[in-house]
Design a protein around this ligand. Structure first.
Ligand SMILES: [Zn+2]
Length: 145
C-alpha cells in the first residue's frame, strides 16, 4: 500500500462509515454527501495516484474538502512531512552579512534585528520589519552548515 493510499484511508476511516475492501480497491460512505450506501470508491491508479470517485456524483474537490485532504496528497509520498523539512525557508546565503544586505535591498532598513553568536562567530540572524499595515516581516537566517 502506498503512503498516499494509506493517508486517504486514514482520512476516510473516521468519517466514511463502512470502509471496506471492494474488488481491487476500497469503498466507504461518501463524506461529501448524506450517504446511505457506500458510494465512495477508493482505488489506486497505475501511477500510484489515489483515485476517489463518488457514484452519487459528488465533486472531486468536495470529497477532498470533506476529507481535509489536498489534491497533492493523493499522489505525493512525502506530503505529510512538514514543509520545512523539504523546502528551506527562503534563499540560502553564505553569510549573515550577505543575507542582511540582500534583505535590506528588497525590504529596506529592518526595524529590529537579532544576531546570534557562537564562539565569536555570527551563526544566526533574525531581521524584523514592521510594515505600515501593522503586519510584520520576519527573515531568519542561518548560515549553511
Ligand atoms: Zn458523494
Amino acid at each position: 500500500m502506498s503512503d498516499a493510499l494509506r493517508r486517504v484511508l486514514d482520512a476516510v476511516a473516521p468519517r466514511g462509515d463502512g470502509l471496506k475492501k471492494s474488488g481491487s480497491g476500497w469503498s466507504a460512505r461518501c463524506p461529501a454527501h448524506e450517504d446511505r450506501q457506500a458510494s465512495l470508491s477508493i482505488g489506486e491508479g497505475q501511477d500510484g495516484r489515489v483515485l476517489l470517485k463518488c457514484h452519487a456524483g459528488c465533486d472531486h474537490k468536495a470529497i477532498l474538502a470533506a476529507l481535509r485532504l489536498e489534491e497533492r496528497e493523493l499522489f505525493e509520498a512525502d506530503a505529510t512531512r512538514p514543509a520545512a523539512a523539504t523546502k528551506p525557508a527562503g534563499r540560502a546565503y553564505a553569510t549573515a552579512g550577505e543575507a542582511r544586505q540582500s534583505y535590506e535591498r528588497t525590504l529596506g532598513e529592518p526595524t529590529a534585528s537579532w544576531e546570534y553568536e557562537l564562539n565569536g562567530e555570527l551563526v544566526g540572524l533574525v531581521l524584523r520589519w514592521d510594515r505600515p499595515d501593522g503586519k510584520k516581516d520576519i527573515r531568519p537566517h542561518q548560515p549553511p552548515r
